[in-house]
Write a protein that binds this ligand. Structure first.
Ligand SMILES: Nc1ncnc2c1ncn2[C@@H]1O[C@H](COP(=O)(O)OP(=O)(O)O)[C@@H](O)[C@H]1O
Ligand SMILES: N[C@@H](CCC(=O)OP(=O)(O)O)C(=O)O
Length: 265
């Protein structure tokens, strides 16, 4: 029997990873972006407050510049992100406009929330945008996100940024869309027997032991950063659902309480 979930979802943060926005061959998944615009606009029209945290600047930038591989040097990755972000936000703007939904762009770093003044300014901006029924679209500010720069292969981490944003703006729910159906009791890339977990009540050391790295060419964080995000949401008495973003209209099922993906919390 299908057990429906009871969720509080007045204020919702949705995070989409590069793997949802860019096909494995590097081309842009316009269908997914269009569906996201449709779903989020429909949510807005039903009175929900929605913030979108979207990766994809580097993925879209590579496509725009006709590059197949992500450059190794960090400044070159930053340049691609700067180029790709303008393209990404233009696509969102165009797609949201079809549904008469206005958007605003916020490029943030995680440490902004550590400094009281910038924390205050950022929260004020979110509240002002939400009050005007605008959908804030957030990405990490890759030009200044220095905390990640000593990693040669990793760049930015929107999984954790989305949870930091969600907890700071008092969101009830973080919906994290990825290229996998949810959290498995083993890395599905390495273990064909791994089973999808419908509910994880708390995230602890044992949970982290089940998580592996990214399986895709463009994804960065893998499952560990998603678990850190879930832990943050649970600590703040919120919830997170990890689900497959291949068809973003899955968000309608999630909001209806259908048992799709993995519920954390
Ligand atoms: N226990 C696990 N359950 C589910 N996926 C896992 C697990 N461990 C590792 N993964 C990998 O994490 C990937 C998702 O992370 P990532 O590639 O960074 O996606 P995104 O681009 O959506 O942020 C999955 O496709 C899968 O290959
Ligand atoms: N800020 C970077 C993405 C960093 C990131 O977290 O990527 P992902 O693992 O696809 O969510 C970009 O927009 O390309």
């Amino acid at each position: 029997m299908k057990v429906m979930r009871k969720l509080k979802a007045k204020r919702v943060v949705i995070k989409v990873g590069t793997s949802t926005l860019v096909y494995p061959d590097g081309s842009i998944n316009l269908r997914a972006i269009d569906q996201l615009a449709f779903v989020i606009s429909a949510m807005r029209h039903r009175g929900r407050e929605v913030v979108l945290v979207s990766s994809g600047a580097i993925g879209v930038g590579l496509n725009y510049m006709g590059l197949k591989q992500r450059p190794k040097a960090i400044p070159e990755q930053q340049a691609i992100a700067a180029i790709g972000q303008t393209e990404l936000i233009s696509i969102y703007k165009e797609r949201f406009a079809i549904y008469e939904q206005k958007i605003g762009q916020l490029l943030l770093t995680r440490d902004i929330f550590v400094y009281p003044k910038s924390h205050h300014n950022v929260l004020n901006t979110f509240e002002a945008l939400l009050k005007q029924n605008v959908v804030p679209i957030v990405n990490e500010n890759d030009t200044v996100a220095v905390d990640e720069l000593d990693h040669e292969t990793k760049f930015g981490d929107n999984d954790q940024l989305s949870a930091i944003v969600a907890t700071n703006i008092g969101a009830d729910l973080l919906i994290m869309l990825s290229d996998i159906d949810g959290f498995y009791d083993g890395n599905p890339n390495a273990d064909a027997q791994a089973q999808l977990l419908a509910h994880v009540g708390k995230v602890d050391q044992r949970t982290y032991e089940l998580a592996g790295g990214s399986g895709s060419r463009f994804g960065t964080g893998g499952m560990v950063t998603k678990l850190k995000a879930a832990e943050r949401m649970i600590d703040a008495h919120g919830q997170m659902i990890l689900a497959n973003g291949a068809d973003p209209t899955i968000i309608f099922q999630i909001l209806a309480g259908e048992p799709v993906g993995t519920l954390f919390g």
